[in-house]
Design a protein. Structure first.
Lengths: 337, 331
């Protein structure tokens, strides 16, 4: 955990993404008595990844609630609690288990407000994960953000830094709509600067993680760091890449994507979900439609291979976009291949 | 055990409550007949699933609840909605897709929600609202109120896994939720015995949930057992399961008129002539001297006038503006 020292200047405080999540939850649990966390092994265990360590000690088992292994059940319970005055944070350990909660999420949470003509509200946060390369094989490695982003009525958040994770999660808990908040398991240990004081990050506002002129790299979640590393390599070669992180898929800051692509004239979109019918298809279409007359080349897409995620490292590493693949695509797009 | 758990009309409810239950059942019956007419007259878009025959369940249960108690309902939900206090005219308006409807025309027959009366919505996913009801009960307990939540579902929902996930949690955490299973004998077009292994009540019992069975055509019996289970739940004694044996007079939906391949006319006639909840309760009211034929006829006439006015209001009401289609996606 971060040092409790108060003498360090705020700007220099670095914490991990996991700590940022933990802090956001703790602050909102303190601020609002209707917030509670429910999930498998969220209390004393603090989740298998220890992201929630310490919360049960402060807030007790009434508010940090270990549940049975019943993903659909706890999500349904969360929907009902949210309709009646609570702000549940449902913890779904692996994004692959979204398949188990899909009816409660897509048919209940997402539609209750609309179907009731605006009478019912479902201020529910469902925290879950994405991402391969943990050698966890096909049922613990998927990036299913496209599934939920497809459903009107759900907001979908993909933080890529500790700073974004904290500000976005606090906004998610205060939002009156169901929010699916997806964290990259590999990013939990990534450190970043996070202010000590409270702040919120609004949804639907993309962040330019690195400014550039020659090519736009749009990355989500786990792919933002890949794009930034590719931009470093490209800079050495004289290609100036701009890296844009949408941060939320729904709502989507279409203007930021279009403006960046219009400025650079070239765009590559990178997301860890499967390429076919995935997030990259939507983002590429937004750019193609909005910036067509400014583009010097077709929009390129990089996503996970359309195969189940395999176990063996030599196979698994083939499935995800890499720094070198992104850099190669950028060179090609800029006529430097 | 099952005979001991089979409730029959015990202590008679107060006279005014007995008459109110008759009126509420008559309202549902008359409402549903009007819905069927609207459908047959091609005045209603889509379909509806009628509650005729099952009135004693909704009325018996909801008459044991407070306005601030919660219910969740099903695709066959008009009866629950009315019994929990919904307005007839606004319900018709929703069924016809009109602007003044409960959901401003966005929900229709299968999605009416009436939050002001504690109705968290009908649900077109079989068993889909079992989580919502359990969550409402969790919320009531967590907020320290003594509200209870009633989860209505049919025998078809016994096939859905979600029910068992949430009953497990309700029992673990002693949540004030009552699972009301309306066994009308048919999962859509299939007899429940073809889809339901073992004993229905053994399922909640396995979770340690207080489990009862009641004649779902006897409104006083349903009211009595529900009152007892509600009191338990309010006192923190945990969830309950109430199996109500009942019958669906119409088909699965208004368009299901040729039913010979899954049930006999004799069976339908037997329930209509021997087990009708309105006839049974009306007879009891007369026997008790609480109402004579004229008084019951007056209630029927009054109810019919309310229903006819409601339907007329809805037929005259405007449709939503097309531009409203994008409203209410997000709060």
């Amino acid at each position: 955990m971060s040092s409790p020292s108060v003498t360090a200047p705020e700007a220099l405080r670095e914490i991990t993404l996991a700590q940022a999540i933990n802090e956001a939850l703790a602050e909102e649990l303190r601020r609002d008595d209707t917030v509670f966390v429910i999930g498998e092994d969220v209390a004393e265990a603090g989740t298998p990844f220890k992201v929630l360590s310490g919360l049960v000690e402060e807030f007790g088992t009434e508010r940090i609630l270990d549940s049975p292994i019943s993903e659909a059940g706890i999500t349904g319970l969360g929907v009902g609690a949210a309709m009646t005055g609570m702000r549940p944070v449902v913890d779904i350990m692996f994004g692959d288990f979204l398949t188990l909660v899909m009816d409660q999420l897509a048919n209940q949470a997402a539609k209750a407000h609309y179907m009731s003509g605006g009478k019912l509200r479902v201020p529910l946060v469902l925290r879950t994960t994405l991402g391969a390369t943990r050698r966890s094989a096909a049922q613990h490695s998927q990036s299913l953000q496209a599934w939920v982003a497809h459903i009107p009525g759900l907001k979908v958040v993909l933080p890529s830094t500790p700073y974004d994770a904290k500000g976005l999660l606090k906004s998610a808990i205060r939002d009156d709509n169901p929010v699916v908040f997806i964290e990259d398991k590999m990013d939990w240990r990534v450190k970043g600067v996070v202010p000590v004081g409270e702040y919120l990050i609004p949804f639907g506002v993309a962040d330019v993680k690195r400014a550039g002129d020659d090519v736009t790299l749009v990355g989500t979640s786990s792919m933002v760091s890949i794009c930034l590393a590719a931009a470093e390599i490209l800079a050495v070669e004289g290609i100036s890449a701009e890296v844009v992180d949408p941060r939320t898929l729904s709502p989507l800051d279409t203007k930021a994507l279009i403006d960046s692509a219009a400025k650079t004239g070239r765009a590559i979109v990178v997301d860890e979900g499967h390429r076919s019918y995935g997030v990259t298809a939507e983002l590429a279409a937004v750019i193609a439609e909005g910036a067509f007359h400014h583009l010097d080349a077709p929009v390129r897409r990089l996503g996970a291979l359309d195969v189940p995620v395999p176990f063996s490292p030599t196979l698994e590493d083939e499935t995800v976009p890499t720094v070198e693949l992104v850099a190669a695509a950028a060179r090609e797009l800029c006529g430097r291949a | 055990m099952s005979t001991a758990e089979q409730f029959t009309s015990g202590a008679a409810p107060a006279a005014d409550l007995s008459l109110a239950m008759y009126r509420d059942m008559a309202t549902i019956r008359c409402f549903e007949e009007q819905v069927n007419e609207l459908y047959r007259g091609a005045k209603m878009p889509g379909l509806a699933h009628l509650y005729n025959g099952e009135e004693a369940v909704a009325v018996g249960v909801c008459s044991a609840l407070r306005r601030d108690d919660y219910i969740t309902s099903t695709h066959r939900g008009h009866g629950h909605c009315l019994a929990k206090g919904a307005d007839v005219a606004l319900m018709f308006a929703e069924l016809l897709g009109r602007e003044p409807g409960y959901c401003r025309g966005k929900g229709g027959s299968m999605h009416i929600a009436d939050h002001a009366n504690g109705n968290l919505g009908a649900n077109a996913i079989v068993g889909g609202s079992t989580g919502i009801a359990t969550g409402a009960a969790f919320s009531a307990k967590r907020r320290g109120t003594d509200q209870v939540a009633v989860c209505f579902f049919g025998d078809g929902a016994l096939g859905q896994g979600l029910l068992y996930e949430v009953m497990n949690m309700a029992s673990l955490w002693r949540l004030p939720v009552i699972y009301v299973c309306e066994n009308n004998l048919y999962n859509e077009y299939t007899h429940y015995l073809e889809s339901t292994a073992g004993s229905i009540l053994d399922r909640p019992k396995a979770f340690g949930i207080e489990s009862r069975e009641v004649d779902g055509q006897d409104v006083r019996a349903v009211h009595a057992v529900t009152s007892e289970l509600v009191t338990r739940a309010r006192n923190g004694e945990g969830p309950a399961f109430l199996l109500c044996n009942t019958y669906r007079y119409h088909g699965h939906h208004v368009g299901d008129v040729d039913r010979g391949y899954y049930r006999s006319k004799d069976e339908e006639q037997l329930w209509l002539s021997e087990r009708d909840p309105l006839v049974l309760h009306g007879r009891w009211l007369r026997e008790q001297g609480l109402a004579d034929d004229d008084a019951l006829r007056a209630i029927d006439d009054e109810v019919r006038a309310v229903v006819e006015r409601g339907a007329a209001f809805a037929l005259d009401a405007p449709f939503p503006e097309p531009g409203e289609v994008t409203e209410d996606v997000f709060a």
